[in-house]
Design a protein around this ligand. Structure first.
Ligand code: ADP
Ligand code: MG
Length: 338
């Protein structure tokens, strides 16, 4: 075959694969946009594991009608302007890739209105083709509806798991972001049934109570340590709250949900043998640090980050969790024996 440049919609669908792997990736990207828009309430509803429909509605800053088209172009973002900004970026998004990627692989309708604008607008795409845009009276904030995900990419669809497995992943994403942002009210509705509902009180304990229940909430130990410009805070479960896998350990870096092997290990090490073999702690740990101490731009989905001082963070996290366990364990033992 001769070398030829791919038509732009084909290139877009291939590129979209990097960001949008499955329904849970759509939910993640849309939640991040809502959080970056300073929403205080975000509701997610899904049908059939998110393949039939995902809808994310927020009460954030909205998009002005004349910028709506641009929001769906590649590399179009309001979150940074220069390469320098990348070093200190504090928003969850900055690549300008999510909306165009979702629009390339699904049917998308986005309705939005900035709170101070008189009317809003609605734009529609079908598997990469822009259908049109119209003015619309809509509530302040943004609502993105994504339907028929990978509908014209049968090969992608085949890789998806059952609706219940995809739902579980979405449930996990919403739960983790709710834990990361106690000040935001989150709801998730799965095929019409509400499965997540957090109060938005600003208190992490309240989120833990609503997502893990009162038995767990009553046995979480506060973690709090400050060392110079780095802080480690959150809650760690009593050792016997252990779980079979790591999906109950939530690691946040500046309130961004990330995975970092070494820090996970630091949390587990802090339990020093008080966890049974191959059992993992229930914990929500946020590391707060200056944004130039962490590179979030090392992975397309930003799930992995690079730390400037990884070793220092390892020992701080381990110490913070260990101190929480020590401070509270004797008291618990004492109350139990009476
Ligand atoms: P990024 O988040 O990396 O900037 P996106 O493609 O996700 O890229 O979004 C493009 C732009 O559209 C954002 O920079 C933002 O200005 C706007 N936008 C997207 N979602 C929302 C939302 N829920 N509320 C307000 N503005 C939004
Ligand atoms: Mg984004």
């Amino acid at each position: 075959m001769p070398i030829q440049q791919l038509p732009s919609h084909v290139a877009a669908q291939i590129a979209a694969g990097e960001v949008i792997e499955r329904p849970a990736s759509v939910v993640k990207e849309l939640l991040e946009n809502s959080l970056d828009a300073n929403a205080t309430g975000i509701s997610v509803s899904i049908r059939e594991g998110g393949v039939a429909e995902i809808r994310v509605t927020d009460n954030g800053c909205g998009i002005t009608p004349d910028e709506l088209d641009l929001a769906f172009r590649h590399h179009a973002t309001s979150k940074l302007a220069t390469v320098d900004d990348l070093r200190t970026v504090s928003t969850l998004g900055f690549r300008g890739e999510a909306l165009p990627s979702v629009a390339a692989v699904a049917r998308v309708v986005c309705s939005t209105r900035p709170p101070d604008a008189e009317s809003g607008a609605c734009i529609e795409f079908r598997h990469g083709t822009r259908v049109g845009q119209r003015r619309e009276g809509c509530p302040p904030g943004t609502s993105v509806q994504v339907a028929d995900l990978f509908g014209d990419l049968p090969a992608r669809r085949k890789f998806l798991r059952s609706a219940s497995a995809e739902t579980a992943r979405i449930q996990e994403v919403v739960t983790r972001y709710a834990l990361a942002h106690p000040e935001v009210r989150f709801t998730l509705s799965v095929d019409g049934r509400e499965t997540v509902n957090t109060p938005g009180s600003g208190r992490l304990q309240d989120v833990i109570l609503s997502v893990y229940g009162s038995e767990v909430a009553g046995r979480m130990l506060p973690v709090s340590l400050v060392d110079g410009e780095v802080s480690v805070d959150g809650y760690s479960g009593a050792p016997d709250l252990n779980r079979r896998n790591r999906s109950y350990t939530t690691l946040l870096v500046n309130r961004r949900w990330v995975y970092d092997r070494s820090i996970y290990y630091a949390i587990e090490q802090a339990y020093q043998g008080s966890l049974p073999e191959r059992r993992f702690p229930l914990a929500v740990i946020n590391i707060g640090l200056p944004s130039d101490q962490v590179d979030v731009n090392s992975h397309p989905t930003k799930r992995e980050v690079r730390f400037r001082q990884g070793d220092r963070l390892f020992s701080l996290v381990q110490r913070a969790v260990r101190e929480a366990l020590i401070a509270h364990a004797p008291a618990r033992v004492a109350t139990r024996s009476f």
